[in-house]
Design a protein around this ligand. Sequence first.
Ligand code: MG
Ligand code: ZN
Length: 216
Amino acid sequence: MSVITIERKVLEKNDEIASQNRALLKENKIFTINLVSSPGSGKTSLLEKTFEHFSGKVKTAVIEGDVQTNLDAERVAKYNVPVVQIVTNGACHLEAKLVKDALESLNLKDVHLLFIENVGNLVCPAAYDLGEDMKVVIASTTEGDDKPLKYPRMFLNASVLLINKIDLLPYLDCSLEELKKNALSINPALKVFTVSGRTGKGVKEWCSWLESNIIK
Ligand code: MG
Ligand code: ZN
């Protein structure tokens, strides 16, 4: 049996569980985002700014995926947001089964918006459906403007692109226009927001969009 066949079987099983997750989340009217990016692009900081903006007005929960440690979960929990930590013990992506188990620890009746913060990695998280409504990919300006061309599958499978750390643009050789152009050349349907997790710029627009997607 070839490696490709094995991987494919794993994915089929994953998709089956992802469908179950999706049905459960739909039943509970939860808008779910699978947040993906490379390590250090600012997923957790952006979540913090998002919770600051909502200041408890939107019932939100977080599933935190990390290779090791619960540092990010601790940061999120400070905002009084229910958070479930998944430690993958070395695995570089989340799978639907892990999310299924995490969902059992949440009071879904009391959640309208769910963030699944995936493990920092732009490769395999693109291939794993977790049952989310959509993938949101974060690319920070510090990573350069060619990320979409290097990791096309992630940008193709995402519905939204958050360009983060725009406050650092004056100090970098990254062109915002080039980054947007590269991302849209891979996926013309991408909705793009420019944000700064440090200054909070653009967070209002991002949050308004989130609110417009919450199922009333
Ligand atoms: Mg994080
Ligand atoms: Zn992986």
